[in-house]
Design a protein around this ligand. Structure first.
Ligand SMILES: [Fe+2]
Ligand SMILES: [Fe+2]
Length: 294
């Protein structure tokens, strides 16, 4: 079973005057005056979708930050770009903090209005779920709008829901892949629970896993735009954590930036192949997955 993992693609549309909440004024200054918007380009985003179509995986997992400011126009742009994938390949999409950038975008469930069909929540709230063959993709949503911080907290009902799924005897027969936008650990394997950008209740999340009879084979994340592979310690067990790295990054080799995506081969074990944008298209990362440090 081959699963493509993309994250932090950050489709952007310049906001209209009416869209400018106080947070978006700051966000837009950062994006359009300081120039951060040029860190993500449509050429790379289009090439990414084409590349995944060519890979023809059995499933696609997108771990959030489809947009920059959770604008209706940005979700529409993301949907249009992803449509060829969504039509052909079973896909699970979970949100990132930028997809609930403002209280209004969260209250109106704007992302669900565009992507609800692919968010795996219909029968499974509060934990997103997509079953493909003998693989179960699960997704948590630790995102919340915050005036200043980009950190996340997994709500209690999702932690309880995850505990219940992992305790289900049926799960012992399945291969579980868990996605969440915020990584629970950093690239060294230390808990990533800082208030500014981390998963604030990472310890509570680990406590749920400690009680679980079966663990996910891997945890897939994004949020930290320079990807990494590390491991989360769960008592004396270990879970691989893969942050694919931003899949929409502009090609900026001088700043050590290139868009990346992962392809997992899930069998009794899990193998990862990583692809990077090389200036013209996505190709295997030189030296193997995570060898370049990008
Ligand atoms: Fe992001
Ligand atoms: Fe993020």
């Amino acid at each position: 079973m081959r699963i493509a993992h993309m994250t932090d693609i950050h489709w952007q549309v310049r906001p209209s005057f009416g869209d400018l909440s106080p947070k978006r004024v700051l966000g837009s200054l950062n994006l359009y005056v300081r120039g951060r918007h040029s860190h993500f380009t449509e050429a790379v985003q289009g090439s990414l979708v084409q590349h995944v179509l060519e890979l023809a995986p059995d499933a696609v997992f997108i771990t959030g930050d489809l947009t920059a400011q959770a604008l209706d126009t940005e979700f529409a742009k993301a949907k249009l770009a992803l449509q060829p994938l969504l039509e052909r390949i079973p896909t699970l999409i979970i949100p990132g903090n930028h997809d609930v950038y403002t209280f209004g975008s969260q209250r109106s469930r704007r992302m669900e209005a565009h992507f609800g069909e692919w968010m795996g929540l219909d029968a499974h709230r509060p934990v997103a779920r997509l079953d493909v063959g003998d693989v179960t993709l699960l997704g948590l949503d630790p995102n919340r709008p915050h005036p200043v911080f980009a950190s996340g907290i997994v709500p209690r009902d999702q932690l309880d829901g995850l505990a219940a799924i992992l305790a289900d005897p049926e799960m012992a027969e399945r291969r579980i892949i868990l996605g969440m936008h915020h990584p629970p650990v950093d690239r060294r394997g230390d808990l990533y629970d800082g208030l500014n950008h981390g998963l604030v209740n990472a310890r509570e999340f680990v406590a749920v896993l400690e009680q679980a009879p079966v663990l996910p084979m891997a945890i897939l994340c994004g949020h930290v735009h320079h990807g990494f592979h590390s491991q989360l310690s769960v008592g004396d067990r270990r879970v691989d954590v893969f942050d694919a790295g931003s899949s929409g990054y502009a090609f900026m080799p001088d700043s050590h930036r290139a868009a990346c995506m992962n392809l997992y081969d899930v069998d009794d074990a899990l193998a990862v192949e990583r692809f990077q944008f090389d200036g013209t298209g996505f190709s295997p990362e030189p030296g193997g997955a995570y060898a370049t440090g990008r």
